[in-house]
Design a protein around this ligand. Structure first.
Ligand code: ADP
Ligand code: ZN
Ligand code: ZN
Length: 821
């Protein structure tokens, strides 16, 4: 008898054991999906992690596998080991990793369907609700999902009604499995068999004499499909035929009605890309050539190399050369980007060189597309380039030769919610290592963590200090907004005269402008001038942001929305004023100041969908838009040729918040935004508005003094035991009842302190300590870098077990955040 261990997509520590039915013994193997029962009447798709013969000891009854989904594994060998590494390092459950790793289309949900059993006859009396459920079934639809029945009947609480019908024997309920992934089909056309006879076809053309367009379309079809020549015959889609012959669907309908052409559905790939002639990579400049060579040298000795190249130095061009070399050697490449926003531009750039060897994977793709990428990698062994965001590290690679992490400093590489809270940059290095491949980290503003690793020799370091060609570094001009306000020279509330003047000049020369403001919405705050009332979210401890377009107040933490009040709910005054400014307000002011220019805004509100941001970026790229206003979304990696002015509207907002990384991050953001200008032959100007022009960080941005910033920050971090000198593990406790959360986190921290001593700080109350109706406390642990994660885990598990003695402990939601960003 055979048994399997299975991981379930649930936050569970353990693997669960199931028995293999004898007919499946031969077929089941590690990495296959199985459907199993878990808990009461629930189905899950599990992944087999081990197959063995000896019956295991368990404290639960071993059930049988219900369905084996795959004849061959859908995971490749190192994947499970990689999942285990993530669960171990980031102190989460294997089930959480599984949930994040597999695209939803490969996971099956159990959905209850209801089947009508027999006709209703008069001898049973039914209630009106029961009758309406029965009437929802039709002859075509004898099987309906519970959700469909709810929709059709309009009944709210339908489950008891179904139960009662079941008792009366009129319906049956069964758990039916729904396939997540739906193959895409397209309509294709073929010539009806009888028309392959010459005389029949002849007669058909006779008939078509008076329908000239149909005649032409038929001729077009015969030419394109070679339907009369079996040796050359090929499938032709409706879309291709109509496009190539320039005819409408109505004309085609004619041929279909006559039965000359017959439509059929054919499964097609969603990943098709229009590939024109492939280009060879651009020749590298001397400096680029040298950097490229140095990277190759580093890889002879080390597995990881940091490429520190100023913005527009041509890092992407270097990547392209390295990628080609790895693909030529027959291995795979993973190219990671921090955000979907830039994938469009990079995809276009890479497709020119790599054609259909390029696969793109990110969360804005439909689930079906994601499954297709997964399957392509699973079944193809050839060299392939995958361009993807965070989650692409979970794809079934067979032989990764190189991982490139572009913009490696970006904090979006860290998953925040839900578990696994992994850092994709760091995980990617481990993944590459498992394949015996190399990792290249690239950035104009490397994270202090990576730079430190390069300084200490753990990583190799290659620097590229000049921009490509004649591209000049931007000139950064700090502007003192406090002084201007005092002198009453700020006519617009947040546009300095010099910024307005530079913008005017740029527009006159047909150049483009980017304005950066890291807050969306219209005004961050509304305030009653009389009594000081400020609208606050009911679910979170924050004030709500005013969004003018929808006339709403929105909580940016939970999405809670309110209509804007016309009078103060506290004192009745109508004197409500707005404080601060977000991108929406900037857009309005700019439209007023430059009525001729076309202005566009890119933030979470305008660029929610893939098509939306592709359009915004596309329009700006083509010059249809002159001024682009945006949040940090516009700061990363975008390459526009014609931007001559960048405005950073409020640097203060970036620098002043309580986090040990605030200065590092503000520096990175400002340098990156500045880097969007001067990317071709024209020099660029950056206007940096701040009320603290004497702040050391502002000076460092003006001088692009990266190294100075690093040394300054490293000294502070060493002093206060922060990364990269210590590893942070944060224990987050959340709960509805504030005093329970507070008391238990105190006890918890004390217990941890008993074992870990001074390394444990807190509990601390975070700046926003109430989010989505839950109170939050954090316990921060500063652990020596050399300390073993396994040892830490043991201690943490022990204390967690001890905490179970408190009955209220179960009210808390607890998780770890390892290396928080
Ligand atoms: P980075 O990634 O360092 O910001 P990019 O690779 O985007 O820089 O290069 C900036 C611009 O310069 C791009 O438009 C790119 O096409 C161009 N460029 C850089 N290197 C070369 C090269 N060797 N040949 C042609 N164009 C280049
Ligand atoms: Zn008031
Ligand atoms: Zn909220």
């Amino acid at each position: 008898m055979y048994f399997v261990d299975v991981i379930l997509p649930l936050p569970l520590e353990n693997k669960y054991t199931y028995r293999v039915p004898s007919d499946l013994e031969k077929a089941v193997s590690t990495g296959c999906r199985v459907i199993v029962h878990f808990g009461k009447k629930r189905f899950y798709t599990g992944i087999v992690t081990a197959v063995y013969e000896r019956p295991p000891k368990t404290d639960y009854e071993i059930k049988e596998i219900y369905v084996l989904m795959d004849a061959t594994p859908i995971l490749r060998r190192p994947q499970l080991r990689f999942w285990e590494w993530i669960a171990n390092y980031y102190l989460c459950k294997l089930g959480d990793v599984y949930k994040a790793a597999l695209p939803a289309g490969l996971k099956i949900e159990s959905e209850t369907t209801v089947v009508k059993n027999r006709e209703y006859t008069e001898e049973i009396t039914l209630k009106p609700n029961e009758l309406s459920v029965l009437h929802a079934f039709t002859t075509e639809k004898e099987k309906l999902r519970v959700s469909e029945l709810e929709k059709r009947t309009g009944l709210r609480n339908i489950v008891p009604v179904i139960a009662s019908l079941m008792n009366k024997g009129l319906v049956e309920v069964n758990e039916e499995l729904k396939r997540g992934y739906v193959p895409k089909t397209e309509t294709y056309l073929r010539l009806a068999d009888e028309y392959k006879e010459e005389n029949v076809l002849h007669a058909a053309f006779e008939q078509l004499k008076r329908a000239k367009k149909q005649e032409q379309l038929l001729i077009g079809f015969l030419e394109l499909s070679h339907a009369l020549n079996p040796a050359l015959e090929r499938d032709i889609s409706k879309k291709e035929l109509l496009e190539k012959c320039g005819q409408s669907t109505a004309i085609l309908e004619g041929l279909l009605k006559r039965g000359i052409l017959v439509p059929y559905e054919k499964e097609v790939s969603r990943l098709q890309r229009q590939v024109c002639r492939l280009q060879s990579p651009n020749p590298l400049s001397e400096a680029q050539q040298e950097a490229c060579q140095k990277i190759r040298e580093v890889f002879r000795e080390k597995d990881i190399c940091l490429l520190h190249g100023v913005t527009s130095s041509g890092k992407t061009e270097i990547y392209i050369h390295l990628i080609r070399q790895v693909l030529d050697s027959g291995r795979q490449v993973l190219y990671m980007l921090p955000e979907i926003a830039i994938t469009t531009q990079i995809t276009e750039r890479l497709a020119k060189f790599f054609g259909d060897k390029l696969l793109v994977y990110h969360s804005k793709f439909t689930d079906n597309e994601r499954v297709e990428v997964w399957n392509r990698l699973l079944h193809a062994n050839g060299p392939m380039l995958i361009l993807g965001v965070r989650s692409s590290i979970f794809l079934p690679f067979s032989d990764l030769g190189l991982v490139i992490v572009d913009e490696e400093h970006e904090y979006t590489y860290k998953q925040q919610e839900p578990a696994p809270r992994y850092n994709a940059r760091n995980a990617a290095m481990v993944l590459a290592g498992m394949h015996g491949g190399k990792t290249l980290l690239g950035s104009a503003t490397p994270s202090i963590d990576s730079y430190f690793n390069a300084l200490t020799g753990k990583f190799g370091l290659v620097e590229l200090k000049t921009r490509f060609g004649t591209h000049q570094s931007p000139v950064v001009i700090p502007v003192d907004t406090k002084e201007l306000k005092r002198k009453k020279q700020m006519k617009h509330p947040f546009l300095s005269p010099i910024l307005l003047q530079k913008m005017q000049q740029a527009l006159e020369h047909g150049e483009q402008i980017i304005l950066f403001q890291n807050r969306r919405g219209f005004a961050p705050m509304l305030e009653c001038k009389q009594c000081g009332w400020v609208p606050r979210c009911v679910n979170c401890d924050v004030s709500m942001t005013y969004h003018k377009y929808h006339q709403h107040l929105v909580c940016h933490y939970c999405g809670y929305t309110l209509r804007v009040p016309t009078t103060c709910p506290s004192c009745g005054s109508e004197d409500l004023q707005m404080l601060g400014f977000g991108t929406e307000k900037v857009e309005e002011e700019i439209a007023g100041a430059f009525p001729e220019a076309k202005v566009e805004r890119m933030d979470l509100d305008t660029a929610r969908t893939r098509t939306a941001y592709e359009r915004i970026i596309g329009d700006f790229d083509k010059g249809k838009t002159q001024i682009l206003i945006g949040t940090q979304m516009i700061s990363k990696g975008l390459d526009f040729g014609n931007v001559s002015v960048v405005g950073i509207l409020n640097a203060d907002g970036l620098m002043n918040y309580p986090d040990f990384r605030a200065h590092e991050r503000a520096f990175q953001l400002m340098i990156q935004v500045s880097g969007r200008t001067g990317r071709r032959d024209k020099p660029g100007t950056v206007i940096l508005q701040t009320s603290q022009p004497e702040h050391p960080l502002i000076q460092m941005v003006v001088n692009n003094a990266y190294r100075e910033m690093v040394d300054w920050q490293l000294a502070e971090r060493q002093l206060f035991h922060y990364p990269p000198y210590f590893r942070l593990i944060v224990l987050v406790l959340r709960g509805k009842n504030e005093s329970v959360v507070q008391d238990l986190s105190r006890t918890y921290a004390d217990k941890l302190r008993d074992k870990l001593g001074e390394r444990v700080l807190g509990p601390v109350t975070p700046p926003v300590s109430f989010i989505k109706t839950l109170h939050i406390r954090k316990i921060v642990m500063k652990v020596e870098i050399a300390a073993s994660i396994q040892g830490m885990r043991r201690v943490l598990d022990e204390v967690y077990q001890e905490m179970q003695q408190f009955p209220t402990f179960r009210q808390l939601i607890i998780h770890y955040d390892v290396d928080p960003l």
